[in-house]
Write a protein that binds this ligand. Sequence first.
Ligand SMILES: [Zn+2]
Length: 224
Amino acid sequence: MTEFKLQALGLSGSHLTDYQGNQIHAGVLEDLKGLDASAKAAGFDFTIASAYRDFHRQKAIWNAKYSGKRPILDSQNQVIDIAGLTSEAIIEAILLFSAMPGTSRHHFGTDIDVYAKNCLSNGASLQLEPWEYEVDGPFYAFSCWLEENLHRFGFYKPYDKFRGGVAAEPWHISHFELANDMSSHLDIATIADVIAQHDVLGKNTIVHNIDTLYHRFVVNVASK
Ligand SMILES: [Zn+2]
């Protein structure tokens, strides 16, 4: 497999660099610095909640959810009781908020979850839930600022709204050009192979339905 494929799958970190203690795609560094400085100048303490995540970390999250060790939430933030659910139903439920290992855009290093630390009220901790970024939420002003400014630095929001796959994630920004470049190295067969080769829970069902899952949950994002 090529190094580009391994990078895009979260199996190689050779494209990464450090930015304030977070691993990001080296090609994103200058644009991210620009966005960060511009946000700070506008009064927002731009902070990264999550940047690069590798295949193994994503697999640990996936397996914890699939096995019931970590809660799976529905669109109303209610815990789903997975006892008695089919493998298909569990997989679909997890995919609302968590990607299959090998398909997370956080593998790219071009995609980052962000918030404005100084907008959190005293004692409150970050939840990364949509209400925080909506009208009356602590990050509403920051979210509006992002909406108006992230394009200047090459970023966009791939999960700007629910499209029938992954839930809306207003905190998730992506470097359009470099993320597309990373994703161009992936295809359905490669993803299915990698999942089949690792101990991913539910992998037989995933591989069996990979076509549908790929189109509904992996490439079903905003177009800029
Ligand atoms: Zn994210």
